[in-house]
Structure formats: C-alpha cells, structure tokens
Design a protein around this ligand. Structure first.
Ligand SMILES: [Zn+2]
Length: 159
C-alpha cells in the first residue's frame, strides 16, 4: 500500500460545506448542477503545504482560475496519479524534482479566482488527477477520498 500523507498540518473542508467537496456539488445560477473538481481545504494565506506521497513534480505554472499551481506525480498501488494543488502563494520545488513524502512543497495562497476572499474562505484547492493536464469538468479526476480513504468534512484531520 502506498503511504499517503495529508497536504496540511490541519485538514478540514472549507466552511464544512459539501459544496467544497468533490463532484457535482455546486449550482449554476440557473440551478443546474455544477462540478467542483477537488476538495477545498481551509487554509489562510501562506499556510505550509506538503506532498502527499513520494514522487516527482509534473509541473508548476501560474495560469487562469487556478492561479499558481503545483502538480505532483506519484504511484498509488501501481497506478500513476497526480496530486494537484491550486491558488498557491509560493511553490518551493521545480518541475522534474524528486519529492519525498510529506515534504514541504508550497505555501497556500489566494491566486487565480480565489483572490480577495474572506479569511474563513481562504483555502487550498486540491485535486487527485489521472492525467497531469486534466480536461474540463470532472474529467480525468477522482475524488480525493479514493486516496485518503475518508473526507475531512465536519472533522479536522491532523497531517
Ligand atoms: Zn476548489
């Protein structure tokens, strides 16, 4: 079994709201279901962020709604998966670097479309992907619960 760590020292879903978990959990103005591609972990700006597994850096980039992003490739019981971190303030590693499990890799932030949020809404957007460069909606993504075994909604899980 792969050893998986949590990305923060204190892991809890933003606002304890199911709309900040994975799936068709949000709504468009029309009322139609809208996807959220990962989990939003509560994290004030500049909270330390850790690698969830041993692996390597697939990419670092600053682009679009996700802002400053870090994508880590890792092996999960024989399958290659990607841990994707967004809205970062700073990334401490570079593309191609080898990464240890639970290594300090970034600081959370409010880049991209997370700019200017109230403190209670500041967060780390975190996805589990099956492709480094995932498609639209929920394509090429899994619920992070697939890797972590449980969701920290209504509970705080220490990293
Ligand atoms: Zn999010």
């Amino acid at each position: 079994m792969a050893t998986i760590f949590w990305p923060l020292q204190s892991n809890i879903i933003r606002q304890n709201s199911v709309s900040n978990t994975f799936g068709m959990v949000r709504k468009y103005a029309s009322g139609a279901p809208k996807p959220h591609q990962g989990w939003d972990f509560s994290a004030t700006v500049q909270t330390p962020v850790f690698s969830i597994a041993e692996g390597s850096v697939a990419f670092v980039r600053d682009k679009g709604d996700y802002g400053l992003q870090l994508c880590l490739e890792f092996d999960f019981d024989g399958t290659t998966l990607y841990a994707f971190y967004a809205h970062l303030y700073k990334v401490h590693v570079a593309e191609g670097d080898s990464i240890q499990a639970n290594q300090l890799v970034a600081a959370s932030g409010e880049s991209g479309n997370a700019q200017g949020m109230a403190v209670a809404d500041q967060h780390l957007h975190f996805e589990i992907r099956t492709k480094a460069y995932a498609g639209l909606g929920l394509a090429d993504r899994l619920s992070p619960a697939h890797v972590f075994g449980r969701c920290p909604l209504h509970q705080v899980i220490a990293g």
